[in-house]
Design a protein around this ligand. Structure first.
Ligand code: PLP
Length: 398
């Protein structure tokens, strides 16, 4: 029999992703047995605040532009409309980082980009991923047939592992502020990673999806370090910064100084984008420009502060129960140790059945996440308060 086209066999190496599926199955079953009990959702990493007024107005105006012959836009530049690229560069400039707008590429969000960017690298270059990790890193690497090496993050290094003495990995994933652990690298720690990458010819893929939650001296960008322009790509998103999870917009920074084997990665990405995309919607980019305006930044900050207050409510409940946790200050996630040595799925069941609170079992983020549990601060403030109160009482009586 003729076998026909061969599919990408790497897909056969993917592990079943049962984390959110498993949660939803358990919640549905519980709900069926207890239809009248309210549930308190601290599991999902999706935002609950609507887009801010400045963004909504810009989106409406952009729709109107598309309705008139004189302001209508057909295709827009694949790498981003210049006004969007400049607005994103201006967002960086507030922190003393000054990318050339041509180093900023618009995207439909960080997830798309984390997968697509792998096109720039030879699939034989191994990747280093710290665990626990956002699941898309591992899966995108496996789909590309890339060998993946893991670096363990745990209480022993405050979930902030530093460069190993030696690794074969040439592509290094870093995420700070981190999902799921909420841990944040200091500037000195990021500098150590950048120095390591420059010494070894590695490239860092820096996931800055939660940069807007960093406070004080904590770095928002890998480009705050010295030398990152020769070893790093930064992947950013307006999802959590400005509530674009369902609207879809992000941007990626690839310095013009980033080269490997005589090839320029910025020029390669221009070639990639102009071949594989026709850009991102004019309307959405106008929304993004508004998010970076003075008014937009003020309004999106108000939403971030609401999430930060939720995180405070959650961490206060854990403090009062003397439970160890990480994150919650510079990140929207609180990563707690399960009490009494419980396994993370057992703790999930306990919270669901006893107090109707839904969190995320750490084991779903990799083996190193076993024994830990993620609470999200992206929920409704009133629901978060009730959930925190229930959690405090439950933990006190265990
Ligand atoms: N990176 C991390 C660490 C995330 O947690 C998420 C989403 O939750 C993403 C990337 C994806 O963000 P986006 O909505 O921009 O695709």
């Amino acid at each position: 029999m003729k076998l026909g086209l061969k599919p990408n066999a790497n897909y056969g190496n993917l592990k079943d992703s049962y984390l959110f599926f498993g949660i939803s199955k358990k919640v549905t079953a519980y709900r069926a047995g207890h239809p009248d009990l309210p549930l308190y959702r601290l599991g999902i990493g999706d935002v609950s605040r609507p887009l801010c007024d400045a963004v909504i107005k810009a989106l409406h105006d952009a729709v109107d532009d598309q309705a008139r012959k004189e302001s209508f836009h057909g295709y827009v530049p694949e790498c981003g409309i210049p006004e969007f690229r400049s607005a994103a560069a201006g967002y960086y400039a507030r922190r003393g980082v000054t990318p050339d707008p041509e180093e900023i590429f618009v995207s439909s969000g960080a997830s798309d980009e984390l997968g697509d960017i792998l096109d720039l690298f030879d699939p034989s270059s191994p990747a280093l991923i710290m665990q626990p990790a956002y699941p898309a890193y591992v899966d995108a690497s496996v789909m590309a047939g890339r060998r993946t090496l893991f670096l363990a993050a745990g209480p022993e290094n405050d979930f902030l592992p530093m460069p190993p003495d030696h690794t074969e990995a040439e592509l290094i994933y870093l995420c700070s502020p981190n999902n799921p652990t909420g841990a944040v690298y200091s500037l000195e720690q990021l500098q150590a990673w950048v120095d390591y990458a420059n010494r070894h010819g590695a490239v860092i893929l820096f996931d800055a999806a939660y940069e807007a939650f960093a406070e004080g001296d904590m770095p928002h960008s890998i480009f705050e370090t010295k030398g990152a322009e020769t070893c790093a790509i930064e992947i950013c998103s307006l999802s959590k910064t400005a509530g674009f999870t369902g609207t879809r917009l992000g941007y990626t920074v690839i310095p013009k100084a980033l080269e490997r084997n005589g090839m320029n990665l910025n020029a390669m990405w221009v070639r990639n984008r102009t071949t594989k995309t026709n850009g991102v919607s004019y309307i959405l980019q106008k929304g993004g420009i508004a998010a970076f305006s003075e008014e937009g930044l003020k309004q999106i900050r108000e939403n971030i502060l609401i999430y930060k207050q939720n995180a405070k409510v959650l961490t206060e409940a854990l403090d009062s129960a003397d439970v160890r946790y990480w994150g919650g200050k510079n990140a929207p996630y609180v990563w707690m140790q399960c009490p009494k040595g419980m396994k993370s799925w057992d703790f999930f069941d306990l919270l669901l059945h006893e107090i109707q609170v839904i969190g995320t079992p750490g084991e779903g983020f990799g083996a190193c996440g076993e024994g830990f549990f993620r609470l999200s601060s992206f929920g409704d403030p009133e629901e978060t308060k009730i959930a925190a109160d229930r959690l405090r009482k439950l933990l006190a009586n265990l």
